[in-house]
Design a binder for this molecule. Structure first.
Ligand code: 1CP
Length: 347
C-alpha cells in the first residue's frame, strides 16, 4: 500500500487530514519564482532549462511543504514539439502559428520527433524525482487534446474557443486529424514523464465546458480515455487525475465512470455536496477553493476551506484550488489555507 498521502487518497483511502497542493503553485505570486524567471530570461527558457525548472518546482515545496509537486512546464510545449511556432507576449499570453487547413496539418513533424524538443522536460522530471522529499508526490501533466487543439487552431487563448468550434464544424477531417495527432503525441509525452519518475499524471481539459454534450463525449471524454488506455498499457496503473473544467454534472459522471481515472479535479463552480454524493464512491475528488480567496484571505478563506473539507470528508479528497492561483495572490493566504486544512481531523 502507498505511503505518500496523495497516493493513499488516489488509491481511494479516506484520510484524517486531506493532503494539499495547489494548481500553479510555482508562479508569479512568489518572489522567488519571479527572481528565477528573470535569471532564466523568459518563460519558455525556464520551461526548457532542467536546472531552473527543477528549482521553481521545488520553491513552493520548500516554502509551504505541499504534499505534491507539479512539474514546471506548460501544456503548449506539445504544439511546439509538433512543429508550431510558440512565443509569449508579455502581459498578453501565448501566441502560436495556426492549423487551419490540411496543408497546415501535413506540415506537422513526425510524432516521435517530439522527444527532441521535450527531452529537457524529461530531464527535469528525473531531477525532481531525486530531489523531492520522500513524502512528496511528483505529478506530471499534459493538456487534453481538445484544450491543446483550441490553442493550435486559434493561435492564442480565446474567450469562447470560437475558431476551434468553427473548424470542427466546417472542416471536420482537419479538426479530427489534428486531434488524433495530439492524442498520439500526448500519450508518448506522458509515458516518457512516467519513465523519468512522474508518479501521478494530471490531464487538464481547461475548455471542456465549451463543448455540447455530444461533442464533449467525442472530443473531451473519448480522446482522454484513449490516452489513458495507452499510458496504462505501457506503464501499468499509474494514477490519473482528470480536470474536465466547466463540464456539467453529466459530464463529470461520465468521467467518473471512465476506465483508469483515479481522481477528478473540481472547478470552484462545482457543488461539492453533489460531487460527494454522486462521484466520490467511484473516484477521489480534488479541489475546489475559489482562487480569489488567495488574494483576499481572512475568515472568508478559513470558512470556505472548512466547508469544502466538511463536504468531502466521507471519501477520498485532495485539497486544491478550483483553478490556478493568480499572480496577485498573497503567499500569507496560501499559508493560512494550508494551516486550516492541516488543523482538521475528520475523525
Ligand atoms: O511566468 C509567466 O509569466 C507565465 C505564466 C505561466 C505559468 C506559471 C504559464 C503561461 N504557464 C505556467 C505554468 C503552467 N501551466 C503549469 C505548471 C505547473 C503548476 O505550477 O501548476 C501548468 C500545469 C500549466 C497548465 C496550463 N497552461 C493550462 C491548463 C491549466 C489552466 O490553467 O487552465 C493552460 C490553459 C495553459 C496555457 C497557458 N500558459 C500560460 C498562460 C498564461 C496560459 C493561458 C493562456 C490563455 O488561455 O490565455
Amino acid at each position: 500500500m502507498a505511503q505518500k498521502k496523495i497516493l493513499k487518497a488516489l488509491e481511494g483511502q479516506t484520510l484524517d487530514v486531506p493532503p494539499v497542493w495547489m494548481m500553479r503553485q510555482a508562479g508569479r505570486y512568489l518572489p522567488e519564482y519571479r527572481a528565477t524567471r528573470a535569471k532564466a530570461g523568459d518563460f519558455l527558457s525556464l520551461c526548457y532549462s532542467p536546472e531552473w525548472a527543477t528549482e521553481v518546482t521545488l520553491q513552493p515545496i520548500r516554502r509551504f511543504g505541499f504534499d505534491a509537486a507539479i512539474l514546471f512546464a506548460d501544456i503548449l510545449l506539445i504544439p511546439q514539439a509538433l512543429g508550431l511556432d510558440l512565443w509569449f507576449v508579455q502581459g498578453e499570453g501565448p501566441r502560436l502559428s495556426t492549423i487551419e487547413t490540411n496543408k497546415d496539418l501535413q506540415k506537422l513533424g513526425k510524432i516521435e520527433s517530439i522527444h527532441t524538443t521535450l527531452s529537457p522536460v524529461y530531464e527535469t522530471v528525473s531531477r525532481l524525482s531525486k530531489a523531492l522529499p520522500d513524502d512528496v508526490t511528483l505529478i506530471g501533466f499534459a493538456g487534453a487534446p481538445w484544450t491543446v487543439a483550441t490553442y493550435m487552431i486559434a493561435g492564442r487563448g480565446t474567450p469562447d474557443q470560437g475558431p476551434a468550434h468553427n473548424l470542427m464544424q466546417t472542416n471536420t477531417s482537419v479538426f479530427e486529424g489534428l486531434m488524433e495527432r495530439i492524442v498520439d503525441a500526448t500519450a508518448l509525452y506522458l509515458i516518457e514523464q512516467i519513465k523519468a519518475g512522474a508518479e501521478v499524471i494530471k490531464i487538464f481539459d481547461s475548455w471542456a465546458g465549451s463543448l455540447s454534450p455530444d461533442d464533449f463525449n467525442k472530443y473531451s471524454k473519448q480522446p482522454t480515455e484513449e490516452i489513458i488506455r495507452r499510458v496504462h498499457k505501457e506503464c501499468g496503473s499509474v494514477p490519473i487525475i482528470c480536470f474536465p473544467k466547466g463540464a456539467n454534472q453529466a459530464g463529470y459522471e461520465s468521467f467518473a465512470n471512465m476506465n483508469g481515472v483515479s481522481c477528478l479535479a473540481l472547478g470552484q463552480d462545482m457543488d461539492t455536496d453533489w460531487a460527494a454524493k454522486n462521484l466520490q464512491s467511484k473516484v477521489c475528488l480534488q479541489g475546489n477553493l475559489d482562487p480569489s480567496h488567495m488574494v483576499n484571505g481572512g475568515t472568508a478563506l478559513v470558512d470556505a476551506v472548512n466547508n469544502i473539507c466538511d463536504s468531502l470528508a466521507n471519501g477520498p479528497h485532495i485539497f486544491n484550488l478550483g483553478h490556478g492561483i493568480t499572480p496577485d495572490a498573497d503567499p500569507n493566504n496560501v499559508q493560512l489555507m494550508i494551516d486550516t486544512v492541516r488543523a482538521r481531523s475528520n475523525r
